[in-house]
Design a protein around this ligand. Structure first.
Ligand SMILES: *Cc1c(COP(=O)(O)O)cnc(C)c1O
Length: 470
């Protein structure tokens, strides 16, 4: 008996059986299938891999269906070629640059492709790396801002104990950055009908301790782009008037993979001198599978060299900047595949299709009386965002609607807008590669049906409507 069979259940029974009998055995008649699976302790024995795989797979069916998850920004449509490449690279650790020099090279090529796409002034004088996603990329971008600010303050012999950064309604990763790395977050409240950071209030929030302004290209909450160019101009004016020279980091988690293809007239990237770093999620509109993000700096000098560690690479040294050490290489390889396979033509066609579908959905939602559109899919990322016109009058909330749509398999998140607009509950629908016009027409059918149902069967009585609002 080969050593591999040790630990597989019932080897003695098996040895007495003929091959034909073995083939006839059904997975669900295995003894483990007559029990419930161990949940919180490591089982004492080993089990048959096929049987366990089947049971784990069965449990996973109880998760939602990712393709119908209209709340996520992340890749859910995956080509077979990507699966093959991921399989091929499952055993590669991207940190082992010496052992896998081609993979290291491929990561660098992806950085170069993005540097070109995001208009760095000098392709030889730029630096960047892959990350696990935009969250890690944001930490790295934020750390570079903090270190640059501190170095400057130290040479000026000024206090370095109260760094802050200024932003609009940001994704949670920036709140994490603030807490983990001890930097005050100054989230400018939204006034009137604003959905994001605008240049107007910047001067009231920036001071000598501001390490940078974080501008979001593709708001997590609504899908809009914050106006990077106008914000850069306002900071230029601030510099003229006060001498405060404050850099911009663009959180382009979604937008940095969309704007270069379908919003070419918008200025948001390294073409603006004030933009010193940009992050993006490869696994969102970069269309790579889950687990890859990117961060790039305008020039090498924008990334303080104290933050860089050197790893061995082909007998030499390779600079790295990351929070993780070991990390799978497959996502990076798949990102490179996507770049080569789609090219500008493919990315443009897909992002454009997604934008058209989002705008179609926006138009359809506008015809529904109960809803008020906040973002109709024009000018930002392929998405729509809407609220109920008057929650107390209709007698149900968007949370009820989310629940009803879930019965059809659709996953659509309801949540309050951030900062001082939190009493407005909204829903957001993301249109990604693979969310087709036809799928959206089926969603609209279900949405209309469930809105009618809720209108006829209100969930809020007049007494709990009051409590709902408080
Ligand atoms: C999704 C998102 C993030 C976080 O990115 P991950 O890749 O999920 O870590 C940060 N900022 C914005 C604007 C996002 O949309």
């Amino acid at each position: 008996m080969s050593i591999r069979k040790v630990g597989i259940s019932m080897p003695l029974h098996r040895s007495k059986k003929t091959v034909a009998e073995d083939e006839f055995r059904d997975i669900y008649t295995d003894s483990i299938c007559k029990t419930t699976l161990p949940k919180n302790e490591l089982p004492d024995k080993s089990f048959n891999p096929q049987v366990i795989k089947q049971l784990v797979q069965d449990e996973l069916f109880m998760d939602g269906n990712a393709r119908q998850n209209l709340a996520t920004f992340c890749t859910t449509y995956i080509e077979d070629e990507v699966r093959d490449l991921m399989d091929l690279s499952i055993d590669k650790n991207m940190i082992d640059k010496d052992e896998y020099p081609q993979t290291a090279d491929i990561e660098q090529r992806c950085v170069n492709i993005l540097a070109d796409l995001w208009n760095v002034p000098n392709k030889k004088d730029t630096i960047g790396c892959s990350t696990t996603g935009s969250s890690e990329a944001a930490m790295l971008g934020g750390l570079a801002l903090k270190w640059r600010w501190r170095k400057r303050r130290e040479t000026e012999r000024k206090a370095t104990d109260k760094p802050n950064f200024v932003c609009g309604p940001v994704q949670i990763c920036w709140h994490k950055f603030a807490r983990y790395f001890d930097v005050e977050i100054r989230e400018i409240p939204l006034t009137d009908n604003e959905l994001g950071l605008t240049p107007g209030h910047l001067k009231d929030f920036c001071d000598e301790n501001t390490i940078g302004v974080v501008v979001t290209l593709g708001s997590t909450f609504t899908g809009i782009y914050e106006p990077v160019e106008e914000i850069a101009k306002a900071l230029d004016v601030l510099w003229d008037e006060t001498g405060l020279d404050i850099p911009i980091h663009v959180d382009g988690a979604s937008g940095a993979f969309i704007a270069p293809f379908i919003h070419k007239t918008i200025k948001w990237d390294f073409c603006l001198p004030r933009v010193k770093s940009i992050n993006a999620s490869g696994h969102k509109f970069g269309m790579a599978p889950l687990g890859v993000g990117w961060v790039l700096w305008r020039t090498i000098a924008d990334l303080p060299k104290e933050l860089i560690f050197n790893v061995d690479y082909l007998g030499g040294q390779m600079p790295t900047f990351a929070l993780n050490f070991s990390r799978p290489a497959g996502q990076i390889i798949a990102q490179y595949y996507k770049f080569l396979r789609l090219g500008r033509e493919g990315y443009t066609a897909i992002q454009d299709d997604c934008a058209c579908t989002a705008q179609y959905l926006g138009c359809q939602l506008k015809t529904i009386d109960l809803l008020e559109l906040l973002y109709d899919g024009n000018g930002g990322i392929p998405a729509v965002c809407y609220a109920l016109k008057d929650e107390s009058a209709v007698g149900f909330s968007l949370y009820d609607l989310s629940e009803r749509l879930r019965m059809h398999g659709w996953q659509i998140a309801s949540y309050p807008l951030p900062s001082n607009r939190h009493n407005l509950t909204v829903q957001r629908i993301l249109i990604r590669h693979g969310v087709s016009r036809d799928m959206i027409s089926l969603l609209l059918r279900d949405l209309r049906k469930e809105l009618a149902h809720l209108k006829n069967n209100p969930t809020l009585t007049s007494s709990n409507q009051v409590s709902f609002h408080h």
